[in-house]
Design a protein around this ligand. Sequence first.
Ligand code: ASP
Ligand code: MG
Length: 469
Amino acid sequence: MTLVMKFGGTSVGSAQAMRETAVLIQQAQKEWGSVVVVASAMGSKPVKVTDLLLRGAYSAAAGDGETYKRVADELRQVHFEAIDGLLIPEGERQQIMGENGQFISRFEDLCQAVRVLGELTPRALDAISGMGEQMSVRILAAYLRQIGFAAEAVDATELIVTDNNFQAAMPSLPRTKSKTRVRVQPLLDKGAIPIITGFIAATEQGITTTLGRGGSDYSAAILGQALQADEVWIWTDVDGVMTTDPRLVQNARSIPVLTYREVSELAYYGAKVLHPKTIRPCIENDIPLRIKNTFNPAHSGTVIVPDDGNGKGGIKAVTAIKHLSLITVEGKGMMGVPGIAARTFGAVAHEDVSVLLISQASSEQSICFATPDESTEQVIQALEREFAKELQRQDIDRIWAQHDVSIVTVVGAGMRGTPGIAGRIFTVLGAQETNIIAIAQGSSECSISMVVGGDDTGTAVSEIHALIA
Ligand code: ASP
Ligand code: MG
């Protein structure tokens, strides 16, 4: 049985964290036989190595010759401290210190080059920002060897082949599969534990790319798919996916089983549990994806499966996104005129603003949509330019915004085919005199979203949460 486990920045964030992570790896190997580890860059708050690397690169691009040197010192401190805390001062210690030191020198060289050129290309950004993972896996693998495991650090640049869309590269599965099998399977066959960098990959030509911020989760899923793993586990710092944000509702609890579709809705609505791209490689290969808590490893966390076989039931989670505006384009002359919606969203997209919810009445006399509060003025101006003629002719009467609203989303695949759930939700909100400003239901019937006023968010979420069985 093969298990792929991904550890985030906190789990490798210090010597102590790595020691605890090693215990989890050890247990997993005992239970599963073959274990593949994917690790992020060191990242215990407030120092996240990837952020530091990026800060160095951006400051150098702006002509600053000092910040990246300070960053380099900080990187040395973070990594050397971990090495000192883990490796007895002989043999491996020297080796790993040297390798990490080389990455940091290379970081300084690259920043220096960026400063001289005054230009920071996406390709250079990937080369620089991916070094954190290259350092952390070397430390973790050396520590595991020291405590008696055959562990080997592997750069995913040797495994995951992507296009050259730097910063958000797309993997090519067939190439990734064959390279991963050739390199990783022999390690597993001899009982060794590969410790693989998350986040990074390489083009066919071997140029380093990255999969996007937070992409280590995705790395684990890609490698799980390539190796046809039996499960993929994402270790994090909560007991899996919660029924709601524990900061909003005290008795939030972890959800034992979620379907792929449900978690997609949640990821979209800002539950920061998983990189959204992680789901697809797992769905397509029927690989259960489990989210577990490093601080509470005995807890089974949340397992994400194709279908939980639970056709009915109801609400599994409720989340909120705050600080939004609801923008409305309205006018009697819009009715039956094709292209208004396309032009509306075209204009918004042109401003690079994301739309989080859309609702249109069948009368076609208005379209409304939610966007982040800070972009409201920009969006309204863009729409006024786009529809200047229609506004003048009064086909469109007005374009206006309601500020400080939230989207409350209720998720649960069992809502499909369970009539009355929407009714129950609206009843509890009505009883609290919470005004619902707009509603949208995903056509998958696996989520319902409501727009409510900012002040009503907390009550709405906790009242709906109370409906969760
Ligand atoms: N280290 C990368 C980041 O901070 C990838 C990850 O942690 O998932 O974005
Ligand atoms: Mg993450």
